[in-house]
Design a protein around this ligand. Sequence first.
Ligand SMILES: *Cc1c(COP(=O)(O)O)cnc(C)c1O
Length: 364
Amino acid sequence: MIPVAEPCFDEHVLANVVQAVKTGWISSKGPFIPEFEDAFAGYCGAKYGVATANGTCALHLALTVLGIEAGDEVIVPSLTFVATANAVRHAQAKPVFVDSDPNYWCLDPEKLEAKITRNTKAIIPVHLYGHPCDMDAIADCARKHNLFVVEDAAQAHGAEYRGQKVGSFGEIACFSFYGNKMITTGEGGMCLTNSQALADRMKVLRDHGMNPTRRYWHDFVGFNYRMTNMQAGVGVAQLRKLDQFIEKKRAIARWYEEGLGELARMGRIRLHPEVEWAKGTYWMYSIVVEDGFVSRDELARRLEEVGVETRPFFHPLHILPPYRDGESLPVSEEIAARGINLPSSVSLTREDVEMIASQIEVMR
Ligand SMILES: *Cc1c(COP(=O)(O)O)cnc(C)c1O
């Protein structure tokens, strides 16, 4: 079976884990944590990094330090992984869903304005499947209405908007290092910010709210959202490979485009987009199936038969039981029903991709 995603480790990963274990620094103190925070923040062009136990608590930590609380509304795209909205709920606030742009599947900035109320405090743009959001348009809207911007960059490490890396826009940006993400630490996450005050507050809240100069004095109810030194060691080694991983994923995208180009020209499928101001990372190379081709689920079934694993797109969050409100967001619903992630691991060969593409091609 060719998997949708698998991690790729080199000997430095193993060496760093061994070093963490041998030195006894296996918990959340140790040298790899600040090293990973500084290196990852530097890579993304942000000043400060705060490593966390996973991406969901990175989002929750970010919303909490920004003062998001009960009664507040936070705008999130409907077409995203559920953690984006769950983090808003964890902060006792209400996620308000906005539809996607049909061309590149991320939050549609033109639909933002209509969602803003007196209670709106923040927008969480999600760089879906490695494609950046239109950050200028989102920033304009946020400035006009005095809203925070918290990037959810969990799927887009190293993606660029107009030449600037994601993770460097907005008040805080959140990343995940889950096993299938661009780079992984097993479980893990990070908040990036250019504000020292926000970074310091996030570090305190991450560590039970303990006052950094007075042991066991707790000014707030904090969390245990710390990353371990073992994980940070993995992260340090993974980060060195990130540019290579991105280039490989972009090559995989070009191979899929070659193999599937004819089907796209015939209007049977839509290829993974990359708009002119974006450099995507193609975290998950994805296509959208049009009418007149086999259905998305039939496509998945037939690929499985020939040993190719796929994943359907996320269900739009506004139809899930915890968030259902009867509203219709037609673009998200359409893309979610027709979208499929194809194998995208950096270990794929050109022959693998050609085989997968030709298996899809024969279904025309
Ligand atoms: C993976 C992911 C998260 C959550 O990250 P975890 O590390 O799994 O908690 C949040 N948002 C998006 C868009 C993701 O893809």
